[in-house]
Design a protein. Structure first.
Lengths: 311, 236
């Protein structure tokens, strides 16, 4: 399988601040990839670099086999609307719908009209007066109706009501099945969008913490819960990502997989061992400073059985 | 080329701003000029007299009114349109080139409109009442060729000046336009200091084409500045 997007050791600094620190990630052609992480983790910066709106301080980026920056041929095949997208003064919806097809060779007016109707985007209100949800709706219209081979959706759910979110899922999946493309979607609504992803990238503090097939996320970490003493004993010398404790009880998320010895000892101590869910993983990877002594980019490309982990 | 054409269309997308607002501003200036003329008439001035024509043709109102709006248009054409153009997939190179083409289209449109209005004004004996709005000194005083040149270069200058301020804002936020303003003021001050001792000789030797050259220099400097500022600019 070829990769639509490849980032090699990308670093991006803004003055003394490091937004991206040695990011290496590949997004396979035709996949729907979730880009997950906390606010300020570097998700939008990654998308900006992929879309040629920004340039890395060092490292190499290739989209559809070419460098995107100032590359007209590549940029015409990328759609990226930022979560804080600015529009020209006095723009209304019809201005957006009139100009977008000029830049998007695969623009589909039927998809655009369906989304505009479904989201109930106001036609007469200036875009600068739109609510957060209405701005997200316009971004989704641009993102999906463009049918760009590389579609970057930056927090598309912001402010959307549940009906609108469901429609977005439906149209994305239907149109994706008709016209497969590479979709990179950043979101904080992980549980709601998890089913869309066939790949997941977790980023924190400018570093890739996980890059795996979505059905292999369970292999990245496991949870241990029980009495504080039991959990402390079981998690000793383990790469603990996150700790949650209440009086006498403790729960930890541990990177990697539980081995047979740990499972056996947990059973003896009455502790529970479970698969870390995707939201658990994002919370855990974002909970603290990554330990530089550990590998920072677990990469599992093939689905694998949940070995050695009992739910 | 396709991206440049698309950028021109992006600017023309707000058609009312390119084609209608300059007309409405011109109309307002015309109305105000007529009102001022009526005040002079009521105070005893005689339409058609030498004093009336001299005073009326010295009115530069049309220039000032349009200049402010055009500089704003130039700023907005970059400051608010550049991020959207990049989101649509335009390259910086295509954006700058397309924006310059749009500036030229706008300048030509306004030049032709004012030339037509000036021709009508002259043909109707200054609107049948001796009102001078377009047949004024700053627009060539009835010389159509001069009017077209003045308006085209003037509009292009205003738009490119606005554009470079917008580009500076995109690149350096509020500090950008401030630095350009300080640089322009310092340059003009130094030029003035240098020229002042020879001011009388300079004024005596002055030729109108100097202004055309000055406008050309301003346009080239501002357009080059916009490109240099936007070439590495990022959207955040």
């Amino acid at each position: 399988m070829t990769n639509a997007i490849e980032l090699h050791n990308i670093t991006r600094t803004f003055g003394r601040s490091t937004a991206l620190d040695g990011v290496t990630v590949s997004i396979p052609d035709g996949s729907i990839c979730g880009l997950l992480g906390r606010n300020g983790a570097g998700k939008t910066t990654i998308m900006s670099i992929i879309a040629g709106q920004d340039r890395p301080t060092s490292g190499r980026v290739e989209v559809l086999g070419e460098r995107p920056f100032e590359n007209e041929a590549v940029l015409s095949r990328i759609s990226f609307v930022r979560d804080n997208q600015r529009y020209p003064d006095n723009y209304r919806l019809h201005h957006v719908l009139r100009i977008a097809p000029d830049f998007a060779p695969n623009w589909n007016a039927d998809v655009a009209n369906e989304l505009v109707d479904g989201f109930r985007i106001p036609a007469r209100t200036p875009i600068k007066k739109f609510s957060r949800g209405q701005l997200s709706s316009v971004a989704i219209v641009l993102g999906l109706a463009s049918r760009a081979p590389v579609t970057l959706l930056d927090e598309p759910y912001l402010g959307l009501d549940i009906t609108a979110r469901a429609m977005f899922h439906d149209v994305l999946l239907r149109d994706y099945s008709e016209r497969p493309r590479t979709v990179l979607l950043s979101t904080h609504l992980i549980e709601e969008s998890e089913a869309l992803f066939d790949r997941v990238v977790i980023v924190d503090q400018g570093r890739i913490r996980a890059d795996v097939a979505s059905d292999a996320t369970g292999e990245l970490a496991f949870t241990l819960s029980g009495t504080t003493d039991a959990v402390d004993e079981l998690s000793a010398n383990q790469p603990v990502l996150r700790v949650h404790a209440v009086t006498g009880l403790k729960s930890v998320t541990i990177e990697g997989q539980a081995d047979d010895a740990l499972l056996e000892r947990a059973e003896q101590l009455g502790a529970r061992v479970g698969v870390a869910s995707l939201p658990d993983l994002v919370v855990a990877f974002g909970a603290g400073t990554p330990d530089s002594s550990r590998p920072t980019t677990p990469s599992i490309s093939q689905p694998a059985a949940q070995k050695g982990v009992r739910a | 080329m396709k991206a440049i054409a698309s950028t021109v269309k992006l600017h023309l997308n707000l058609r009312e701003y390119t084609f209608v607002v300059p007309l409405s501003i011109t109309g307002m200036v015309a109305a105000i000029s007529v009102l001022i003329s009526l005040i002079f008439m009521r105070s005893g001035s005689v339409p058609g007299s030498a004093e009336w024509i001299y005073g009326s043709q010295a009115n530069p109102g049309i220039l000032y009114a349009l200049a402010g709006f055009l500089v704003y248009m130039g700023v907005a054409s970059v400051a608010t349109t550049f991020p959207f153009a990049l989101s649509l997939g335009a390259t910086r190179r295509a954006f700058v080139a397309g924006t310059l083409v749009w500036y030229a289209i706008t300048a030509a449109y306004i030049a032709v409109i004012l030339a037509v209005l000036a021709a009508i004004e002259v043909a109707t004996g200054h609107w049948f009442a001796g009102f001078y709005i377009f047949d004024v000194n700053v627009l060539g005083a009835g010389d159509t060729g001069r009017l077209l040149t003045i308006v085209f270069l003037g509009v292009l200058s205003a738009l490119t000046i606005g554009g470079v301020f917008g580009a500076a804002w995109i690149r350096f936020a509020a500090r950008g336009p401030q630095l350009i303003a300080v640089g322009v003021v310092l340059t003009l001050a130094i030029l003035t200091i240098v020229i002042v001792p020879e001011a009388a000789a300079v004024f005596a030797a002055f030729r109108l084409w100097w202004l055309a050259v000055a406008a050309g220099v301003v346009i080239v400097l501002a357009a080059t500045g916009s490109w240099l500022l936007l070439r590495p600019a990022i959207v955040r």
